[in-house]
Design a protein around this ligand. Sequence first.
Ligand code: KG4
Ligand code: ZN
Length: 338
Amino acid sequence: MLTLGIETSCDETAAALTNGQKVLSSAVTSSVHLHKKYGGVVPEIASRYHVEYIIEVLSRALKDARKSLKQVKLVAVTQGPGLVGALLTGISLAKSVSYSLGLPVIGVNHILAHLYSSFLSERDKPEFPFVGLVVSGGHTALFYCKAVDDFRVLGQTQDDAVGEAYDKVAKLLGLGYPGGPAIEKTALRSKGINRIKFPKSYLGKDSLDFSFSGIKTAVLYYVQKLHNTQHAITNTQIADICYAFQESALDVLVDKAVMAARSTGASRIVVGGGVAANSMLRKKFFDRAEYSSLHLHFPELKYCLDNAAMVGVLGEEMYRLGYRSDLYLSAEPNLEVN
Ligand code: KG4
Ligand code: ZN
């Protein structure tokens, strides 16, 4: 079923053509360069960028897939969570295409869509049931997924998302935005001798919730102390801070995902979202999986960040299960997942 996926929840403007779990094209453009000087996404700039580029991105997706709009059978669009002005651009396009061509339209949850990025891989597709871990700039959550429409939230962040913590720590270290790739790269320069230790927040022995505000504050205090005792922080110190930050933040993610697998009896863990691109997170997971007999699924790097292929795939799965939206579909910035 040829599906047009549309994604405009934050700073990526994306359109994709999918068929089942096969990606025919995935066009993405990002306003990230415009947000750099502000150290984070500016909603109005993101919205204007979507308005400017959405049609161009749609045309590119159609051209790359060698399809015309008339061949599309279903429109799937991110409904939320996200920035409301940003979401509205994608939703308006989805409704226009749906109305003008008489096509069904379906609104998709952005957080869940991240979990379906791993279904885009040609080989080793996930199978239900699995524990899903979404690690992005806006969300950090664990799910137990029995089917596309049968899942429950096992835990979620009580404050910052892990990607948000990366972005904030990078900002205070002067590494720019987005923080994830910058911290990952800088940490590689550290010798990795763990001279610095930042707290790992587990929120109680059996809790599957997360908290990343403590580690962010610990980094802030550490940096302030360095500023008070020396003229300037050295590059080696910055690299060591990045290394130690990753050690603490990522260990908690792996520990809790493995705990979730144990408590639910799931043998598979599916990871999605921007932070899933992190090589240290992948290494920590694969090292752990080796002796925990867990099967891991990570998306290809190009599908970790926001994209529309994941929206198309989840939209089509939901459509096949009988779910439908209509032209009253509206942006839901705080769309619940449970
Ligand atoms: O999934 P995504 O594109 O957007 C949201 O839905 O939030 O994720 C963006 C987040 C940002 O916080 C960014 O810093 C983080 O993902 N990120 C990374 C890496 N690449 C992107 N975090 C750690 N390591 C990376 N390589
Ligand atoms: Zn996302």
